[in-house]
Design a protein around this ligand. Structure first.
Ligand code: NCD
Length: 315
C-alpha cells in the first residue's frame, strides 16, 4: 500500500483488491446500530476542501468518525485561503498542528502531489482538478463488483465529458487493472487530446457513437457535464448534447433490451435531463445510491490501510 493515496495509477491489482475486500468488511459496520470501530482512536484527519462537495467530504467525515478518528473540516470559503494565503502556507499551517492525514480537494491538477511534498502528514487525494479522484474509482469498482461479480471481462462504457473528468481518469486505471473491458464514449470536443495513444497503451477503446456501444455493455458510467470547467462552447446546445450523448429514456430501453442485467452509475451530482434522464437515474438498474453508500465503506478501508494498519505508514 502506498503511503499516500494520490492517484489510482499508483495502485496495482493487489492493492485495489485488498482495499475493496476490506471495504466489504467495513460495510458490515454501516448496517449496525452502533457504527464505531476503535482503529483510528487518537488519530486526526483534516478534510481540506477548496472545491464544493456534498458526498465526498461528508463520506470522508463519516468514514473517519466511524473509525474513531478526530475529523476536522476546512473549506476554502471561511478559511484564510479566501484572504489570499497560498496553498503551501495553508497546508503547512494545518500540518503544524500535528494532524496525521490531510484529505484534499483542489481545483488544480497535481495539488495533492504537491501537498504530499510539503508536509509529513499522509495525503489522500479527494479530487485534483481534471486529474484524479482515486476514492471515487475505488467506490465505483466496489459497487460494480458487488452487482456484477468479478469485473474481468465485463464491459464498462464511461460516457460524456471525459476531458474534464478526474472520475474517468481514475476509473480507467482501476477498471483496466481489474481486467474490465473499457470504452470511453465522448463527443470529439470532450475527448481529451492524447486519448488515442493512452487507449493503445492501456488497452481500452474510444468511441464517438453511444448508440453503437450501448447494446454491448454490462455497465454504463455516465459523467456529469462539468460546465464549471468549460471556458468555451464544447457542444452547440444542451439539447444537442442530450440527443448525442445523454442516457435518455429511449437509450435506457435499448440498453435493457440488449442486456436486462446492465447497470448504470453516475458519480453525482447529476444534471438530470442533460446527461441522464430521471428514468435511468431512479430505475432498478441505477446504482447511484449504492455508490454513495459504498463511498463510506471504501473511504473507511482507505483510511484504515493508510493510517491504522501500519502498511502505509513507513515513508
Ligand atoms: C465528482 C467530482 O467531484 O469529481 N463528484 C464526486 O466526487 N462525487 C464528479 C463530478 O463532480 O462530476
Amino acid at each position: 500500500m502506498p503511503r499516500h493515496l494520490l492517484s489510482a495509477a499508483d495502485l496495482g491489482v493487489d492493492a485495489i483488491t485488498t482495499l475493496l475486500d476490506t471495504a466489504t468488511q467495513m460495510q458490515d459496520v454501516q448496517g449496525r446500530t452502533v457504527k464505531k470501530l476503535p482503529a483510528l482512536r487518537g488519530r486526526t484527519v483534516v478534510n481540506l476542501f477548496f472545491e464544493d462537495s456534498t458526498r465526498t467530504r461528508s463520506s470522508f467525515e463519516i468514514a473517519g468518525k466511524w473509525l474513531s478518528a478526530d475529523v476536522i473540516n476546512i473549506s476554502a470559503k471561511g478559511s484564510s485561503a479566501s484572504k489570499g494565503e497560498s496553498l503551501r502556507d495553508t497546508v503547512r499551517t494545518v500540518a503544524a498542528m500535528g494532524v496525521d492525514a490531510i484529505v484534499i480537494r483542489h481545483a488544480a491538477s497535481g495539488a495533492a502531489h504537491q501537498v504530499a511534498g510539503w508536509v509529513d502528514a499522509q495525503v489522500i487525494n479527494a479530487g485534483d482538478g481534471m486529474h484524479e479522484h482515486p476514492t471515487q474509482a475505488l467506490l465505483d469498482a466496489f459497487t460494480l463488483r458487488q452487482r456484477l461479480g468479478n469485473l474481468a471481462g465485463k464491459h464498462v462504457a464511461i460516457v460524456g465529458d471525459v476531458t474534464h473528468s478526474r472520475v474517468a481518469r481514475s476509473n480507467l486505471h482501476t477498471l483496466t487493472a481489474l481486467g474490465a473491458t473499457v470504452t470511453l464514449v465522448a463527443p470529439p470536443t470532450l475527448m481529451p487530446s492524447g486519448a488515442a495513444a493512452w487507449a493503445e497503451r492501456d488497452g481500452f477503446t474510444l468511441s464517438g457513437d453511444l448508440d453503437a456501444v450501448l447494446p454491448e455493455v454490462d455497465a454504463l458510467m455516465m459523467l456529469r457535464v462539468q460546465r464549471e470547467r468549460m471556458s468555451g462552447g464544447y457542444f452547440p446546445t444542451p439539447r444537442e448534447y442530450t440527443i448525442g450523448y445523454g442516457l435518455t429514456r429511449d437509450r435506457l430501453r435499448t440498453l435493457l433490451a440488449a442486456n436486462p442485467d446492465a447497470v448504470i452509475c453516475h458519480p453525482g451530482p447529476m444534471n438530470r435531463g442533460l446527461e441522464i434522464a430521471a428514468d435511468a437515474a431512479d430505475g432498478a438498474q441505477s446504482l447511484v445510491l449504492d455508490q454513495v453508500s459504498a463511498g463510506v465503506a471504501v473511504r473507511m478501508s482507505v483510511l484504515y490501510h493508510l493510517l491504522a494498519s501500519g502498511e502505509g505508514s513507513a515513508a
